[in-house]
Design a protein around this ligand. Structure first.
Ligand SMILES: *Cc1c(COP(=O)(O)O)cnc(C)c1O
Length: 833
């Protein structure tokens, strides 16, 4: 294969770097920016990027140890320590990455579709891939890689085999799109739509539109909906600005006025929509298997592309009918025999496979890792090459077992055997596998299901899933990471963070959340009781864990699992001192809690001498000293909060004076992080904020709700005026009424206070009030005014469009109680966008 190759010499001149250390002229195949994603050390080039909290330069030494020899850096490094490396110095490694990939893009002249807009970028991209993959060998951005870093990483794998490229571009600041334009160099542009201005860093809508339009400066054709006034006038202005011979062709569509594709009718019938339009004097139509407005808009954008590429009407109609949903997320859920399952059975290509493998290897709760993989279609390379790379990926991620499904992967099974992949097994089809399934052992392992849509691996997913009743709490791990970032931005770079994962992470699960926090490099975790800490250790969490409420009966497991007790009173301190003394342990890591005004746990000023005596013994190593604020969220009590802080400092100094080393000082919780930056000290303790709650209501943080509690409708009934609903006959029907029985009750954590119309649930996007008393396992709701509701339909209890804060308000409580109260019998499903 005649591929464009890059050697480090070459790259040095493309990015105009200065050599700090120069060794062999290495071939570079992978660009690496996240040290956790390292797969091929010899052929990777690491860019030491600088973020607000992490500096890529810190990862040079560990990567060097793992065999990486090629680096692009901006800061001085100890060149003697990396004498076998190639080290290139530039002023800005991110810019160097972008320059290199822009250069790479220039080597190819294929049609490249560039997509931007506020919503629908990823769906349009994925749908175009579905619609065109029979006709072109396509490269596209994996998932929604559309940032300043994501775009270069998406474009880098472009090679001679590709016949069409589809990349998305997203921006959050003025000036960014110009960079992305240089890397993508689209020939066909799609502007999906534009949302509100303030959601991104722009002063007004016009500025945002103009900035996004920068992607299209050099396209040949621009596809957009002219019904949006801002977009329409922005495009017209850009078009006017361009010199005559550089102007693009406009491919507009409209529902209301004349356009290249003029939509005449949108007819929603049953599960589908027929869209009829006028194009080049003819009436044409498509049917899509979706009825929501966003899908209609996305499909019309795709339609324009297909018309522009001159596909036949028959081909367009056929593919449009087959459009499938786009999985925007990776789900982790419980399976049979204590397995966990990641279902990613909507696409199979190398880049999304790599992302799914990354997610797999981040999960620590099982040592055994199984991958069930279908044929990979349309990769644009030889099958031998392709599956050799798959084998390398599997090996690198230490996958314990491979189950290949499909004729093609089965045909290449020798590659996996030769590569030493343990336990490979192959089946010609999903049916063949399902027939054998009862004889295949699955136990205590994590299973990744990855396959092209046509294989329908979701059939396997259904068979491997644990069967429980149909109330689930969905937990968005991407939102956790997003919220974490929001709070990190409020901290000085050196300030540490402790993640509060007590009470099953406020109801969101235990090791799954802790695992995500560990992945994002938090410094500490805290739980309430020792058994919660043991769960974390069993799930493979190795961060230090503080146990806030240690009990004497759990001292042995504390020590066995290396958990660090909070010693908060003379009694527990003496007990623990006796225990470690007997065990012959010295320097055991502990935390000291001080009482400054919460009046819950902690040593008072008068009790400090007891602590000081204990600290003079060799038994303890004080990791941290902390106190808890009583009212950090309330401005009325700010004077009290500051008094607590002052008292804390005074007491902590007395302890520090008797120790020869420094301990970590920490005071604030979520609201304190937002409202009391002067008390951040060495570390902050983030709790509710991680899960999307900002109890201070200040700070203007853009937090995302993490949990959605969902249930299903077991039965629908028509009642006549005068009939009653539920226990005590208190739900009296005053008109003919349709009610639905939902599979959730107070045993699941749905408060009884929400009965009799106080609480509401979301059905088909409409609020349905609770009717009658909430039962132990079931609740009835009034759905008279909501059409098209069927038995089995989903009901949102809280989350998403029905914020947990609202439901908590109805139940006269706070989100903390509602979240933590969701019972353990409710299955948790974790996903990443
Ligand atoms: C629960 C808890 C926190 C976290 O509080 P949030 O308001 O959820 O951020 C912090 N510190 C201690 C001691 C806690 O018990």
């Amino acid at each position: 294969m005649n591929r464009v190759k890059y050697f480090i010499d070459n790259i040095a001149s493309i990015i105009k770097a200065k050599w700090l250390v120069q060794q062999d002229n290495a071939l570079i195949e992978q660009l690496l920016i996240d040290s956790r994603k390292l797969i091929f050390p010899q052929t990777s080039l690491f860019f030491a990027l600088k973020g607000p909290r992490r500096d890529g330069h810190a990862f040079i030494a560990p990567l060097y140890k793992k065999g990486v020899r090629n680096f692009v850096i901006s800061e001085a490094v100890d060149t003697d320590a990396f004498s076998e490396a190639n080290i290139l110095q530039v002023s800005d490694p991110l810019q160097a990455l972008q320059t290199l990939v822009a250069h790479h893009r220039k080597q190819f002249s294929l049609p490249v579709i560039g997509i931007t807009g506020s919503n629908g970028k990823t769906i349009v991209k994925e749908w175009l891939n579905q619609l065109l993959e029979d006709h072109y060998t396509i490269i596209r951005s994996p998932k929604s890689y559309n940032s300043q870093i994501g775009v270069p990483l998406s474009v880098w794998p472009l090679n001679e085999q590709h016949e069409l490229a589809i990349f998305e571009a997203g921006i959050s600041l003025p000036g960014e799109m110009e960079q992305l334009q240089k890397i993508i160099q689209p020939t066909i542009g799609i502007f999906t739509n534009v949302g509100e201005a303030h959601s991104e860093g722009f002063v007004n809508l016009r500025q945002k539109v103009n900035e996004k339009l920068q992607l299209f400066r050099h396209v040949e054709t621009l596809i957009y909906c002219q019904d949006d006034h801002e977009i329409n006038s922005g495009v017209a202005a850009l078009w006017q600005q361009l010199p005559n011979n550089k102007r693009f062709t406009i491919f507009s569509w409209s529902m209301v006025s004349e356009a290249v594709l003029q939509v005449r009718e949108v007819l929603k019938e049953g599960a589908g929509t027929t869209i009829t339009a006028q194009y080049k004097g003819e009436e044409i139509s498509i049917v899509i298997p979706f009825t929501d407005n966003a899908s209609v808009e996305n499909a019309i954008h795709c339609w324009c592309v297909m018309l522009h590429l001159q596909l036949s009407q028959e081909v367009i109609e056929r593919h449009m009918r087959q459009l499938g949903p786009v999985a925007m997320r990776l789900e982790l859920k419980k399976g049979i025999n204590n397995c966990s399952i990641i279902n990613d059975s909507y696409s199979a290509d190398l880049s999304s496979f790599t992302i799914a493998l990354d997610f797999l290897s981040q999960q620590q709760q099982h040592t055994k890792r199984t991958v069930i993989l279908s044929d990979i279609l349309q990769s644009g390379r030889s099958e031998k090459d392709l599956y050799a790379e798959v084998a390398r990926l599997l090996q690198q991620r230490q996958v314990s077992r491979l189950i290949g499904i499909g004729e093609r992967i089965s045909h290449q099974q020798h590659i996996f055997q030769n590569a030493g992949i343990p336990e490979p097994a192959f089946y010609s089809s999903v049916d063949a596998f399902i027939k054998e399934l009862p004889h295949i052992p699955f136990k205590d392992e994590i299973i990744l299901l990855k396959g092209a849509r046509v294989f329908e691996l979701e059939q396997i997913d259904r068979l491997l899933q644990q069967k429980v009743h149909q109330t689930v709490m969905e937990i968005d791990l991407t939102a956790v990471a997003h919220n974490l970032k929001q709070f990190q931005q409020l901290l000085k770079p050196a300030t540490k963070m402790m993640g509060m994962v007590k009470a099953f992470s406020y109801g969101s699960g235990s090791y799954e959340i802790a695992n995500a926090l560990q992945f994002h490099h938090l410094d500490y975790l805290a739980v309430a009781y020792a058994d919660e800490g043991v769960e974390l250790r069993k799930g493979g969490i190795n961060l230090p864990v503080m146990v806030m409420n240690p009990e004497e009966s759990t001292f042995d497991v504390l020590v066995q699992y290396n958990l660090e007790p909070d010693l908060y009173a003379p009694g527990i301190l003496r007990l623990f001192e006796d225990f470690v003394k007997k065990q012959g342990i010295q320097q055991y890591p502990v935390h000291i809690e001080l009482e400054t005004g919460m009046n819950r746990l902690g040593f008072s000023m008068a009790e400090l001498p007891v602590v000081i005596d204990a600290l003079r013994t060799p038994f303890f190593k004080v990791q941290s000293v902390f106190t808890h604020l009583a009212s950090s969220e309330d401005p009325q009590h700010d004077a009290y909060t500051n008094k607590q802080g002052g008292l804390y400092l005074e007491m902590a100094e007395q302890l520090q004076a008797v120790l020869s080393y420094r301990f970590i000082r920490h005071v604030v919780n979520t609201a304190g992080i937002v409202r009391h930056p002067q008390w951040h000290l060495d570390m902050v303790r983030l709790g509710i904020g991680l899960y999307g709650g900002d109890s201070s209501g200040e700070g203007g943080l853009d937090l995302r709700e993490v949990s959605t509690l969902k249930s299903t409708i077991a039965q629908i009934k028509e009642l006549k005026e005068g009939e009653t609903v539920s226990y005590g006959r208190r739900g009296v029907v005053t008109r003919d009424t349709r009610i639905a029985t939902v599979r959730i009750g107070y045993a699941d954590g749905y408060p009884r206070l929400l009965g009799h119309g106080v609480g509401k649930m979301l059905v088909n996007g409409h609020l349905a009030p609770v009717i009658g008393t909430v039962c132990m396992d079931m609740t009835m709701i009034d759905i008279t005014n909501i059409s098209h509701v069927r038995e089995g339909d989903e009901v949102i209890v809280f989350g998403g469009a029905l914020p947990v804060k609202q439901v908590a308000h109805w139940a006269q409580t706070i989100p903390y109680e509602l979240l933590a109260g969701v019972s353990q019998r409710v299955k948790r499903i974790y996903f990443e966008e």
